[in-house]
Structure formats: structure tokens, C-alpha cells
Design a protein around this ligand. Structure first.
Ligand code: PEP
Ligand code: MN
Length: 351
């Protein structure tokens, strides 16, 4: 039996559908935690989240309040009756979270990238009945993600779920991390009992786009959402652009109008979405290509080199041909496309 089939997905049935996890990116102080928790709509939200150890891109940024934040989270739990979720990124953090009896622990995107880290965390959590969520790694490496799940299963941890928070594919002006829906939805095809939760906050990086991405996730049959929610997003110490107020969260959840879980969604939509993502990718790459052409044009001009070099063109044609052969794609189709691309390239070089 495939290890992944040992996941016990039944834990999610104990929540209403869809499971909504909400709360700030970071715990900042006690009143921020309690005010946020107080204002979050209990009709929708069953789990309150906050990070207390924050993995930041650069040093010198707010790195979380540490252990004291767990006390505030437990206060919020007592007062408002939520389950509590927080991120753990190493053995020490896992031990502390267990000591405080935090209900749900998640492994962050940066940690999932490192098998040593996941192994160390799995070892510390061995035999736990707690719900362990694992975010996708930064790169689009589904096996690395599922490998992380297997490491947990190997330590007798079965109450597991995935969090889809998007991937670093290329810099995008629209989304912070590209969703790559098709690849993630396909996991569900292979392993229908793995709960998958979408994190529209880290996918979009933009509070204005939370609704459209949340809607898509629900349409594609996801089991829940994790949405960064802050009582005062403008003054948040981390991820300020993507956090929304508790009222805005209610507004978004009202708009999604949950029905029954969508197990038989329209697959055409998934492929259409995938094509849009690919097209965007193609346009970004063409832009990058044009930038290089421009620079080549400048160098050619400076050194009095001919813009059109016949032998280089022939070399390129052979190059495309060999790529087409290796991945079995119609050669003429690709050559025709490159005729257009080269025409533009010559045009910008002439300028
Ligand atoms: C977070 O949830 O605040 C977080 C740090 O997320 P990720 O690991 O997805 O970057
Ligand atoms: Mn965050």
C-alpha cells in the first residue's frame, strides 16, 4: 500500500465545510491577538492562526514574539473557543508547541523544502494525534511535498493535511506566489482522502485578490481556506499587504456562498485556468527575451556588427528542432512561432 493512503483524512469531517482558519500572520501583542480573535466571525471560522516564530526573507525584520505568543493564543482559545494553529520550523519549536498543547501545527513552506527539517519535526511529533498541516515547498516539487507527508506517516502521524500557498516560479506582478492549480488538484485525484486547504493570502500577497483565489479553491474542491486576518492590517508587522480585517473576511466568506463540497467540478475550468497561468508565463519569458535582444542590439551597434547573421539563424533553427524532437512537439508549429519572435527581435535591435 502506498504510504500516502494511510493518511487519516477523517479529521476534517469534524469541522464544518469548508474549514476556515483565520488569524494574523504574526502574533504581535496580546491585545492584537485578542481583538482579532474577538472580531472574527465564529459562524465561519473554527481555527485561529498566528505565527510566533517568523521566517523572514532578510534579517532585521520582525521575527516574531516567540513563546509568549502561545500564551496569548491560549487566552484567545479560552475566551473565544477556537482551536489554535501555529507554525513550527524546528525541533525546539515543536517541543514548545507540544508543551503548550497547541491544537494544530503547520510546517511552513521554507521548512518543507528541507527534508532534514521535516524529519526532525516528524521525530519530535512522533505518534501525535494532533492535526499536522504541511505547506507546499517554495518550488513546484510535488514529490518533495508528498515526501514530507511520508516522513510524518513514518512516525505514526496520520491526521495530516496539505496547505497550498503557491510556488516561486517567476516574479509576477499579480500574485506573490503562483498557484499552479492543476498540479495541486491532481494530488487530490491520486489521493482523494488528503485534505487540501488553500492559503489565498500567501498566493496573492494582496488583500484585494483574496476573494478571487478563495473562490477558485472552493470551485476546485478544496477542503478549506487559511486566510491571514488582522485587526489592523495597515500596521501589521509582517505581510501587511495581504492581511484583511475580520469584517472583510466575513464579507468574502458571505460572497463565496458555500454549498456542498464540489467533488465533481467542471474540469474544463481547471485546464482553462492552467492555460491562463501558462500564457502569463510565456508573456513574461518573451519580455525577458526582448530585454536581452535590446542589449545585444546595443552591443552590435557599438561594435558595428551586422544585425542579421545568417549562420546564427541556421544554428538556432537546428537548436529548436532538437528540442522539439526531444519532447515530441510539432516542429513547424514552433518554427512558425519563432519566425514571429525573431521578427520582433530584429525590430528592437534595429531601434
Ligand atoms: C505564514 O503562514 O505566515 C507563513 C510564513 O507562510 P509560508 O510558509 O507559506 O510562507
Ligand atoms: Mn504570513
Amino acid at each position: 500500500m502506498n504510504l500516502l493512503n494511510k493518511i487519516n483524512g477523517k479529521w476534517i469531517k469534524k469541522f464544518s465545510y469548508p474549514l476556515i482558519i483565520a488569524g494574523p500572520c504574526s502574533a504581535e501583542n496580546k491585545s492584537q491577538i485578542l481583538d482579532t480573535a474577538k472580531n472574527i466571525n465564529k459562524d465561519y471560522v473554527e481555527v485561529f492562526r498566528a505565527g510566533i516564530w517568523k521566517p523572514r526573507t532578510k534579517p532585521g525584520m520582525f521575527e516574531g514574539v516567540g513563546e509568549i505568543g502561545l500564551k496569548w493564543l491560549m487566552d484567545a482559545k479560552k475566551k473565544y473557543n477556537f482551536l489554535i494553529a501555529t507554525e513550527i520550523a524546528n525541533k525546539k519549536q515543536a517541543e514548545i508547541a507540544l508543551k503548550y498543547d497547541i491544537d494544530i501545527l503547520w510546517i511552513g513552506a521554507r521548512s518543507t523544502c528541507n527534508p532534514f527539517t521535516v524529519e526532525e519535526i516528524a521525530n519530535t511529533l512522533k505518534n501525535t494525534k494532533k492535526i499536522i498541516l504541511i505547506k507546499n515547498p517554495l518550488s513546484l516539487d510535488i514529490n518533495l511535498w508528498l515526501g514530507g507527508v511520508e516522513r510524518l506517516i513514518n512516525k505514526n502521524i496520520f491526521n495530516i493535511g496539505l496547505i497550498h500557498r503557491g510556488f516561486t516560479i517567476y516574479p509576477s506582478k499579480t500574485y506573490r506566489n503562483l498557484p499552479c492549480w492543476l498540479e495541486v488538484v491532481n494530488i487530490k485525484k491520486d489521493y482523494p482522502n488528503i485534505p487540501i486547504i488553500c492559503d489565498p493570502s500567501h498566493i496573492t500577497g494582496d488583500s484585494k485578490l483574496i476573494l478571487e483565489v478563495s473562490k477558485k479553491a472552493i470551485d476546485f474542491g478544496y477542503d478549506g481556506l487559511m486566510v491571514e486576518t488582522h485587526i489592523n492590517p495597515d500596521n501589521a508587522l509582517s505581510d501587511a499587504y495581504q492581511q484583511i480585517t475580520p469584517d472583510k473576511l466575513t464579507d468574502i466568506l458571505n460572497k463565496i456562498l458555500f454549498k456542498k463540497k464540489n467533488n465533481n467540478f467542471n474540469e474544463i475550468n481547471l485546464y482553462r485556468t492552467n492555460i491562463l497561468e501558462i500564457d502569463k508565463n510565456i508573456i513574461y519569458l518573451l519580455k525577458k527575451r526582448l530585454n536581452s535582444s535590446k542589449l545585444i542590439g546595443k552591443i552590435k551597434k557599438k561594435n558595428n556588427i551586422e544585425i542579421i547573421q545568417k549562420e546564427k539563424m541556421l544554428e538556432l533553427k537546428e537548436y529548436y528542432k532538437s528540442i522539439c524532437k526531444s519532447i515530441n512537439i510539432d516542429e513547424n508549429y514552433i518554427q512558425n512561432l519563432f519566425d514571429i519572435i525573431h521578427k520582433k527581435s530584429i525590430e528592437v535591435q534595429l531601434k
